[in-house]
Design a protein around this ligand. Structure first.
Ligand SMILES: Cc1ncc(COP(=O)(O)O)c(C=O)c1O
Length: 400
């Protein structure tokens, strides 16, 4: 008998990051003083000039209509100009497809590139959406394990060891969610040359491009490796740079045939992105980067405080994140220890215990393909951040 839910959709798991966030919010709503480190979004409002552009668009009838499926022509042109300004990658407006957030860009890119059985190399830990988007397209994800000893950076040798005859795509993300790792430009170039040399496609997710700290610099793979231009898709969006997660505007940039094919898919799936949200995104990408500089300063301060406090807890090892707004400590040293009268064996059990006993929500590494770790977001107020880590430290230290 056929199943009620198709096998393809039944195999999709709930987003673990959203689940942790939802549980923390439910506990908070029930009056418990939960501190949540689960959020994957900036804790800042969208800058006023962007909101005002949307308000103006709301009042104009032409923004009440469909746009072309691939996006407002002026937004596609502005994204091409912004990309040249920010990363140095020169593209035509026709190479830009405006999507409902970076997420739809991820989904459509894999749907457009993959045939059943095609393999995609994905450095682990990885963002939870990649495996699902790859599987939905019939592809096979091949995780390439990295750990804290290399600051979660995959080398050309690691990638080469995982390459097979079926490998079609390398997924690359720097700065990384969940680890905060940022690849130095020479390593980006080396990986790009390796991919081009083996005829692989590169899907490079640049959504955290403006959130880098200290000596780290963002560099775009097709700029480092121009020979990739015909086999590279760049993913990006306004969510993280302009605190616009709820507006749902992202984009994919790629060769014309891929963009045209993905636009056909989008034309049947969702048509255009909300026209008013596109007007807001247009104001964002045409404006300056002053707002992200303010957020970056706050995240920079918090990632230093957070990684320092985490490293002070015995059994926790936390590389200092170089980008994005997450810390990704190993908690392997705590597993099997007696904590709060229990002996958690996995990071998921430990995260559950910390939520119950310390009222602190973290996302366990199981969500990112690497059990034994936690992801903690820096996107919360400084006082809450310090109080949350103090509570965790007290519970975990009392254990020892
Ligand atoms: C690495 C990465 N790529 C893409 C996205 C997609 O962002 P959005 O769909 O909100 O634009 C996210 C969001 O968490 C992310 O972390």
């Amino acid at each position: 008998m056929p199943t009620r839910v198709s096998a393809r959709i039944g195999a999709i798991s709930e987003s673990a990051t959203l689940a942790v966030d939802a549980k923390a919010k439910a506990l908070k709503a029930a009056g418990r003083p939960v501190i949540g480190f689960g959020a994957g979004e900036p804790d800042f409002p969208t800058p006023g000039y962007i909101v005002e552009a949307a308000q103006r668009a709301c009042a104009e009838p032409r923004f009440h209509k469909y746009t072309p499926a691939a996006g407002l022509p002026e937004l596609r042109a502005a994204v091409a100009a912004k990309t040249a300004r920010d990363s140095g990658y020169q593209v035509e407006p026709a190479q830009v497809l405006v999507t409902n957030g970076g997420k739809q860009a991820v989904y459509q890119t894999f749907a457009t590139l993959l045939d059943p059985g095609d393999e995609v190399l994905v450095p682990a830990p990885y963002w939870t959406t990649y495996p699902e988007a790859i599987a939905l397209a019939g592809g096979v994800m091949v995780g390439v394990r990295t750990d804290e000893s290399t600051g979660y950076l995959a080398s050309v040798e690691d990638l080469e060891a995982a390459r097979t005859e079926r490998t079609k795509v390398l997924l690359f993300v720097s700065p990384s969610n969940p680890t905060g790792a940022v690849y130095p430009p020479d390593q980006v170039a080396a990986i790009g040359r390796w991919a081009a040399g083996h005829g692989l496609w590169v899907v490079t997710d640049e959504i955290y491009e403006h959130l880098v700290y200290g000596d780290a610099v963002f560099s775009s793979m097709p700029v480092q490796t121009p020979e990739l231009a015909d086999t590279c898709v760049v993913l990006n969006g306004v969510a993280k740079t302009y605190a616009m997660t709820g507006w749902r505007v992202g984009w994919m940039i790629g060769p014309r045939d891929i963009i045209d094919a993905a636009a056909n898919l989008q034309s049947h799936a969702t048509s255009n992105v909300c026209n008013v949200a596109q007007a807001a995104a247009l104001a964002a990408v045409c404006g300056d980067l002053a707002a992200v500089a303010v957020m970056r300063e706050a995240f920079d301060r918090r990632r230093l405080t957070m990684s320092r406090m985490l490293n002070e807890i015995a059994g926790v090892v936390c590389p200092e994140p170089q980008g994005a707004f997450y810390c990704y400590p190993s908690v392997k040293g705590l597993l099997g220890q007696e904590i709060g009268g229990r002996r958690p064996q996995t990071s998921a059990e430990l995260a559950g215990l910390i939520l119950d006993e310390a009222e602190v929500a973290v996302v366990p590494g199981e969500a990112f393909g690497t059990p034994g770790y936690f992801r903690l977001s820096c996107a919360l107020g400084d006082a809450d951040l310090e109080e949350g880590i103090r509570r965790m430290a007290k519970l975990l230290t009392d254990a020892g």
